[in-house]
Design a binder for this molecule. Structure first.
Ligand SMILES: [Zn+2]
Length: 284
């Protein structure tokens, strides 16, 4: 187990995304992390991008065997924090809820709606852990769920690279693993929400609880059932569009990594989420 206290940080930035993002890096070190919340989705794959140390974590496991509702989100964010990552990029595939957000759209949301159920979405759950530590009751501010600096950097960097991102919008996160019904989809769209996904939460709030900067980069792979007149979404369709865009997405991620503030330069709302509340547990 690697801890952050007393050890040199192995990484400063975390990317939650599959092997398509790191497999071609020259020098990748695989690091296994255990956490008080169990095992993360996979090992961390740590490499260097533009002189910045980045820990990649395949969200669904390297064999893509974990469905969205079985991912150990708490262990994933904890693992990234424990190797020293303080800024996290969370690329994910989503469905577009508006006709203008067709496949290939990059949208950097500024809001989210949580429609998941039964996922552990807090480290402050009142449960005594195996190490004997018990978290206090803590409430974090979540009005703005994403790092404003990370968002700004992502939108500007993508645009500079020729991929004009949609700046802002609401990501609604559903439990899955099934796709939405037409009625759900129409309802999501009628609320004015922008895109729908299955993994963006509780990733965002867990990052916030740990004081990490979290930026979601959503890639539209399909038009959701209500925004489309066709047969509805299929998994093949999603994989196809994602595969077609993975190189582009990787380029954007690497450019964003390059442009993110250095670790000790962070000065955003993410840095002190507890605002003086005592956590009761040692945070990584
Ligand atoms: Zn931040």
């Amino acid at each position: 187990m690697v801890g952050s206290s007393g050890t040199q940080a192995l990484a400063e930035i975390g990317v939650i995304g599959g092997s398509g993002f790191y497999s071609f890096l020259d020098d990748v070190t695989e690091v296994t992390i255990d956490t008080p919340y169990g095992e993360p989705s996979d090992s961390l794959f740590i490499g260097e991008v533009a002189g910045r140390k980045v820990a990649f974590l395949p969200r669904h496991g390297r064999k893509h065997h974990l469905p969205p509702h079985r991912i150990n989100y708490r262990a994933n964010l904890w693992a990234l924090a424990s190797v020293g990552a303080r800024q996290v990029l969370g690329p994910c595939a989503v469905g577009g809820l508006r006709a203008e957000y067709g496949p290939g759209t990059l949208l950097v949301p500024d809001q989210l709606v949580d429609r998941t159920k039964g996922r552990d979405q807090s480290y402050f759950d009142g449960e005594t852990r195996a190490d004997g530590q018990t978290p206090n009751v803590v409430h974090v501010t979540f009005a703005d769920p994403y790092c404003p600096v990370g968002r700004r950097t992502a939108v500007a960097t993508a645009g500079a690279g020729g991929w004009q991102a949609v700046d802002g919008g609401t990501l609604v996160v559903v439990e899955g693993p099934r796709f939405s019904t037409r009625a759900e989809s129409l309802w999501h769209a009628a609320q004015g929400w922008s895109v729908v996904g299955m993994t963006g939460h509780p990733e965002a709030v867990l990052a916030r609880e740990l004081g990490l900067c979290y930026t979601s980069l959503t890639l539209v792979t399909d038009l959701d059932a209500g925004a489309d007149t066709g047969e509805g979404v299929s998994h093949e369709e999603v994989l196809e569009v994602f595969a077609a865009n993975v190189g582009r997405m990787r380029d954007v991620l690497f450019d964003v990594v390059k442009a993110l503030p250095e670790g000790d330069e962070r000065n955003c709302l993410c840095v002190n989420p507890l605002g003086g509340q005592e956590p009761g547990i040692a945070l990584p």
